[in-house]
Design a protein around this ligand. Structure first.
Ligand SMILES: C[S@@+](CC[C@H](N)C(=O)[O-])C[C@H]1O[C@@H](n2cnc3c(N)ncnc32)[C@H](O)[C@@H]1O
Length: 202
C-alpha cells in the first residue's frame, strides 16, 4: 500500500509517512491506536481517510469530529494544503497526541480543539466523522457544526444502509437528505463507504 500512498501523496509523502511512523510508535504507546492495527495503518486508516478528498471543495473549512488518532482529518490535511482543518477531540490523551503529532509532522493547515461536538459552536463547510456514533446520533451532533450549505461526510462500513434507514426520522426532522457514496483515495486503493448528508432540496 505504500506505493499507492506514494502515488497519491507525491510531495507530501514524507509528511504522511512520518504520521504513520508516529501512529506505529507513540500512537500504540499512548493507546490511541490498537496494537493490532500496525500492519493496516496505510489502507485501513490513511487511505480510508484520504478517500474523502474528492468530496471536499477547494479551500473548505473542515472539522473532524471525534478525531481520535487523527482519522480522517490528518490524512486529508496533509493531502490537501488548501483545506483549513480542525481536529475536535474531547479526551485529553488523544487531544495531547493530536497536538503533538500536528506539530511534529509540521502540518500548518490544522488546529486541534479539545471538546465535544455538542459543546462546539463554530461552523464549517464540511463535517467529517469516522467511528464516532451511529448515524442518527452523529447527525444530531454534527448538524449544528455545518455551515448553511455545508455537508456531513460520515465514513461508514457495511452498516451504512441500515444506519441511513434508522436515521430517517432524524434526517426528516432536521430537513436533511442522506445518500451513500463509494469512494477511493486512488484507483488502486480499497473503496470506502460514505454517507453524505446535506440540506434537503425544496
Ligand atoms: C472510536 S474513536 C474513532 C477515532 C477516529 N475518528 C478513527 O476513526 O480512528 C471515537 C472518537 O470519538 C470521540 N468522541 C466521543 N464522543 C464524542 C463527542 N460527543 N464529540 C466529539 N468526539 C467524541 C472519542 O473520544 C473518540 O476519540
Amino acid at each position: 500500500m505504500t506505493d499507492v500512498a506514494q502515488a497519491l501523496y507525491q510531495d507530501h509523502y514524507p509528511a504522511i509517512s512520518k504520521y504513520v511512523d508516529i501512529l506505529a510508535s507513540t500512537g500504540i504507546e499512548w493507546g490511541v491506536i490498537g496494537p493490532g492495527e500496525v500492519d493496516r495503518l496505510w489502507d485501513r486508516h490513511v487511505l480510508n481517510g484520504a478517500a474523502l478528498a474528492d468530496l471536499l471543495p477547494e479551500g473548505s473549512t473542515v472539522v473532524d469530529v471525534g478525531s481520535g488518532a487523527g482519522i480522517p482529518g490528518i490524512p486529508l490535511a496533509v493531502l490537501r494544503p488548501d483545506l483549513q482543518v480542525t481536529l475536535l477531540e474531547p479526551l485529553l490523551r488523544r487531544f495531547n497526541f493530536l497536538t503533538q503529532t500536528v506539530e511534529n509532522v509540521g502540518i500548518t493547515n490544522t488546529s486541534v480543539v479539545r471538546g465535544r461536538a455538542e459543546e462546539h459552536t463554530a461552523r464549517y463547510d464540511v463535517v467529517t466523522a469516522r467511528a464516532l456514533a451511529p448515524l442518527s446520533r452523529l447527525v444530531e451532533w454534527c448538524d449544528p457544526l455545518r455551515a448553511r450549505h455545508g455537508v456531513i461526510l460520515a465514513l461508514k462500513g457495511r452498516s451504512a444502509g441500515d444506519e441511513l434507514t434508522a436515521a430517517t426520522p432524524v434526517l426528516t426532522r432536521l430537513r436533511l437528505a442522506g445518500e451513500i457514496l463509494t469512494v477511493r483515495a486512488h484507483q488502486d486503493a480499497e473503496s470506502a463507504t460514505v454517507v453524505r448528508v446535506t440540506t434537503r432540496a425544496g
